[in-house]
Design a protein around this ligand. Sequence first.
Ligand SMILES: [Fe+2]
Ligand SMILES: [Fe+2]
Length: 175
Amino acid sequence: MPHPNPPPYEDALVLLDADHKLVKKMFIEYAGLVEDDGPAAARRQLALKICQDITVHAQLEEEIFYPAVREALGDEGLIDHAEEEHAQAREKIAQIQGMSTGGKRMDDAVKELAKMIDEHVLEEREKVFLQAQYADLDLRGMVPGLVARKKALQAQGGEMKEPTKKATTKKKEAA
Ligand SMILES: [Fe+2]
Ligand SMILES: [Fe+2]
């Protein structure tokens, strides 16, 4: 009988890297849809799902993982740089979410976002994750908090798929 719940993550790095892998898989799926000239609506739906998942992931890192790493390593530059890359990705995500229809423009923006995220994840694994592994950090103990916060963020983000909500998002950003 299949287990109803996914297996618990071994530590924070495994949990976060599972997000990275899932997002990568969706970017590949998107590129496949573009190549096969798949329906613009399906592309748009997938693009918005990618944007949402990255947003949740970035927020998780910024709220829980990055502050812990920052404190343990005492390396401000490393995390400042990662957060700067998140900010750049968010700008690209806002562009994509602001597009009312799928198509060439969205395809190009998704491709750019894929490149940004690829580079960020590579660096994150090689620098942040690697150093976190050897730092005085309770990576296992971080898992329950990450899982709970992720669920809450997903529940919020799950309602932001439709373009009608765009105005609300913009207002929130301006506030
Ligand atoms: Fe990150
Ligand atoms: Fe990440």
